[in-house]
Design a binder for this molecule. Structure first.
Ligand SMILES: Nc1ncnc2c1ncn2[C@@H]1O[C@H](COP(=O)(O)OP(=O)(O)O)[C@@H](O)[C@H]1O
Ligand SMILES: [Mg+2]
Length: 272
């Protein structure tokens, strides 16, 4: 698990990834919109239609996240954490408000542009792994790179799997892997294209405590080595506290944000 991250993982198109978290927190002149925050959400709303009428899931979320930050997102079940992650990933579209990620206005993008945006900028890990059961670990991790047309997809996928300690599981199918191994494959897939933003939604929720702790170590380790901005949804107060900033949601709104660094903003009471 402590194998050094291969060079090809820490240098991805369109511009080389800075080697350390510290290096990524400064301005990032190589990319469009680099001077702007990585996440800029203002007045974000998300309403879905249910049989009983409209459900206002997000009711005006304002959130700005600087490149390189690690943010722990906490809040009761049903408060809208997963929905917010889906919007940030470009997997759902906001009903209202403004959302820019890495300088891109997500509302202005068509489906193809959104798919490209996800490939280039977003890594996402879900509670339920979401691996493709008919593909080997290697194929699962190579998928995003193959879609991006990269000729070295399988080499890079193998390196990513090595970096999560799974060099010996490349040809295994998800059904032949333990839960912890499956989540490590999902982590490798999330970081293989060196995304600027890593989104993780209760990534240890389906794992036993010891395995969950290992996966979380790996997540923080990858994040530190890649310098990726991290938004981590978790019920675990201790894990949230490992992020330099904690944000709390309730009922579709942000009700607490310590702003990182401890000084500014409201305290975030009781991560569950
Ligand atoms: N497609 C949907 N249709 C109706 N209600 C939904 C839908 N998706 C989510 N919800 C509701 O929105 C609220 C927020 O859900 P979610 O974002 O999953 O919260 P969290 O991740 O904080 O538990 C919940 O009450 C949930 O039941
Ligand atoms: Mg959720």
């Amino acid at each position: 698990m402590d194998a050094p991250l291969p060079d090809s993982l820490s240098a991805a198109p369109p511009s080389p990834l800075a080697p350390t978290a510290a290096a990524r927190t400064g301005p990032d002149p190589g990319r469009a919109g680099a001077a702007a925050p990585l996440i800029e959400a203002a007045g974000l709303t998300f309403t879905v239609r249910a049989a009983s009428g409209p459900v206002n899931i997000l009711r005006g979320v304002d959130l700005t996240v600087t490149a390189g930050e690690a943010v722990g997102l906490v809040g009761p079940s049903g408060s809208g954490k997963t929905s917010l992650l889906m919007l940030l990933a470009g997997l759902e579209r906001p009903t209202g408000g403004a959302l820019r990620i890495a300088g891109h206005d997500l509302a202005a993008m068509d489906e193809d542009a959104l798919a490209r945006f996800r490939r280039e900028h977003i890594g996402i890990v879900f509670q339920a792994f979401h691996l493709i059961p008919t593909m080997t670990a290697l194929e699962n991790v190579a998928v995003p790179l193959e879609f991006a047309g990269r000729g070295d997809a399988f080499d890079r996928a193998a390196e990513a799997l090595r970096s999560v300690g799974l060099a010996h599981r490349l040809e295994h199918y998800p059904g032949q892997l333990s839960g912890g191994e499956q989540q490590r494959v999902a982590l490798a897939r999330a970081v293989v294209a060196a995304p600027r933003l890593l989104l993780a939604d209760e990534p240890t929720g389906n794992l036993d405590r010891a395995t969950g702790a290992q996966v979380m170590e790996l997540l923080f380790d990858l994040r530190a080595r890649l310098g990726t901005t991290l938004l981590l949804v978790t019920h675990d107060a201790a894990l949230a506290a490992r992020c330099e900033r904690q944000v709390r949601m309730e009922d579709g709104r942000i009700v607490g944000d310590d702003g990182g660094g401890g000084a500014a903003g409201e305290a975030v009471p009781g991560a569950e």
